[in-house]
Design a protein around this ligand. Structure first.
Ligand code: CP
Length: 309
């Protein structure tokens, strides 16, 4: 069934109804099957463009939105904080208004301030897609993660997803919890008490501080990056102690189910959240997540811009 995503902004997962998430997953499966090559499927004849505003560093999200736009035959207009007039004191709101005046058809924005994409979406007439804002949300990451899980497990109901790490500072965790709970999975979050939000159980998740106890029951183990740029220095005794208690190590690989998936949104701090041996494990899907980011973002942009029907 087609869903009407045309002209809509995506600021966080609750903007989407369950049927719309399922629709995007189904479309992503079809798109990946149909367009398995690297060519631009529509050529450059669509005449539509998307502005990519990245005011925080990004490798995966920025390049996969660029690649997704290329796959759809869209033009991209790229701006980042280091080369923009924000360096001369222009506000992000004025920057967004001025970029909109160049007439792109949509704007993708990443910013360190939670809520900035929402505020911008209220100022602009074009759809705004949140590519990660502060601690708040990273909806397209959650969608591509759900897609990666869905490729392996057809049903979310009955699936146990374990999210381990710095939950308190993670927009990926927030959006993933919303998405996975909406799809029917059981979610456990695990980490040191200082890195778990005090009201975490209100998100409908289980909370654990003992990784070794919970690891054998997980169908998906999603490790998160230690967000040292957002933490204050007293939240954990040391990265070494964190790794001892919560890192995915070669020893802990033995406790993970044979059919489980091991995921990480990236960038990975090798030797902190996961050892290099984990990245080589056949259960690890870190690079598939990146590849699926192109597919999911192409499907989303395609339906928001009316390029895909
Ligand atoms: N997962 C993710 O958002 O990675 P980047 O910060 O490299 O975009």
């Amino acid at each position: 069934m087609a869903m009407n995503l045309l002209g809509r902004s995506l600021l966080d997962i609750p903007d989407l109804r369950r049927e719309e998430i399922v629709f995007l997953l189904t479309e992503a499966i079809k798109f990946k099957k149909k367009h398995s090559g690297t060519e631009s499927i529509l050529g450059s004849h669509v005449g539509k463009s998307v502005a990519l505003l990245f005011f925080e560093p990004s490798t995966r999200t920025r390049t996969s939105f660029q690649m997704a736009a290329y796959r759809l035959g869209l033009r991209t207009l790229k701006l980042d904080s280091s080369s923009s007039s924000s360096q001369k004191g222009e506000t992000i709101y004025d920057t967004a208004r001025n970029v909109e005046a160049l007439r792109p058809d949509a704007m993708v924005i990443r910013h360190a301030g939670s809520g900035i994409p929402l505020q911008i979406s209220r100022l602009l007439k074009i759809p705004v897609i949140n590519a990660g804002d502060g601690f708040h949300a990273h909806p397209t990451q959650a969608l591509l993660d759900a897609f990666t899980i869905h490729e392996e497990f057809s049903e979310f109901k009955g699936l146990h997803v374990l999210i381990v790490g710095d939950i308190a500072h993670s927009r990926v965790a927030r959006s993933n919890i919303h998405c996975l709970r909406t799809l029917g999975a059981k979610v456990t979050i695990c980490g040191p008490p200082t890195l778990i939000p005090p009201l975490a159980r209100e998100f409908g998740v289980e909370v654990s501080h003992n990784l070794d106890e919970i690891l054998p029951s997980a169908d998906v183990v999603m490790a998160l990056r230690m967000q040292t740029e957002r933490q204050n220095s007293f939240q954990i005794p040391s990265l070494k102690e964190y790794t001892t208690r919560y890192g995915i190590t070669s020893e802990r690989l033995l406790k993970i189910k044979d059919k489980a998936l091991i995921m990480h949104p990236g960038p990975v701090n090798r030797g902190v959240e996961m050892m290099s041996s984990v990245l080589r494990d056949p259960r690890c899907r870190v690079l598939e997540q990146v590849q699926n980011g192109v597919t999911m973002r192409a499907v989303l942009l395609g339906h928001v811009l009316g390029v895909l029907k």
